[in-house]
Design a protein around this ligand. Sequence first.
Ligand code: NDP
Length: 330
Amino acid sequence: MTWQPAEDRYARMTYNRCGKSGLKLPAISLGLWHNFGDDTPHALKQSIVRKAFDLGITHFDLANNYGPPGGTAESAFGDILKTDLSGYRDELIISSKAGYGMWAGPYGEWGSRKYLIASCDQSLKRLGLDYVDIFYSHRFDPDTPLEETCGALDHIVRSGRALYVGISSYNSKRTREAVEILKSLGTPCLIHQPSYSMINRWIEEDGLIDTLEELGIGSIVFSPLAQGMLTAKYLGGIPDESRAAQDKSLNRDFLNDRNIENIRKLNAIAEGRGQTLAQMALAWVLRGDRITTALIGASKPSQVEDCVKALDKRDFTADELAEIDVYAKD
Ligand code: NDP
């Protein structure tokens, strides 16, 4: 039988305006960086995406290189779109990116027009789509004129391959430059995708968060759970199925006694608020309404469920924020 999404899927999610644009994004979005490659059973990937959509998560974030191997997360999501979500394309915001190494030779990474346009075409093919909603320059390229990178993004929109464009991990200075160029080309920058969490506050120190607010650009913050560190999962050791155990991108060295002790303290603060630590970490990045959406990853549907409940309690007292600052150090 064909899968049917929950009828009440829009009942509980909050949708935030993305900067000064007309687009709204769910307060929690789902990224497919991990757990969507060839090493994960298809049924599990499908169940994570279904759960997310059922809970009102309309935004799915991909990139050319997500897998492993690179490209397979887009192919898997393309298959799920076909079997489960083909009738819901207009309810979805699907993004992809290019910037990191994707194929051999001088044209398979960074920010040239050659790479960005070819990579976007490859992504569309894997996803089985005519267009993505948002296409990103995944990282600033110090050796390519920003005019060329932004010109390629503009072309990607004008040629119908994407509806909006964004940039990822650009610092405040480069963001201002890119936003200005894109504006002059007539393709406004919709969104910025930086990392941000209680233990990674570079966007505050760099001033990027102020810049985005000033320029009316939306923000989607990745790794708000610090890849799982800001959850209770590592308090009793390293579980076999966790990201840290699988030697993926989360370095076990971060899970040292001092950090675990701090996470234990943060967990106690979360418990005092009646939340899981994951929920508190998400509420924290979303506090004050300066961040459009928190971009989580998940290795099972129950994690998505747990994370979305963060929206039930988003406010913090000044004392709670001060106590979090004691234990959540950058
Ligand atoms: P998170 O910080 O949300 O970490 C996700 C991991 O946390 C999960 O895989 C899971 O770990 C654990 N987790 C999630 N929810 C819970 C829960 N409720 N309870 C316990 N554990 C939980 O984000 P990611 O680092 O995965 O990044 C999210 C997305 O951001 C990516 O998929 C990608 O789309 C984007 N991204 C963008 C980058 C860029 O350069 N633009 C770079 C990195 C990410 P486990 O697997 O161990 O169960």
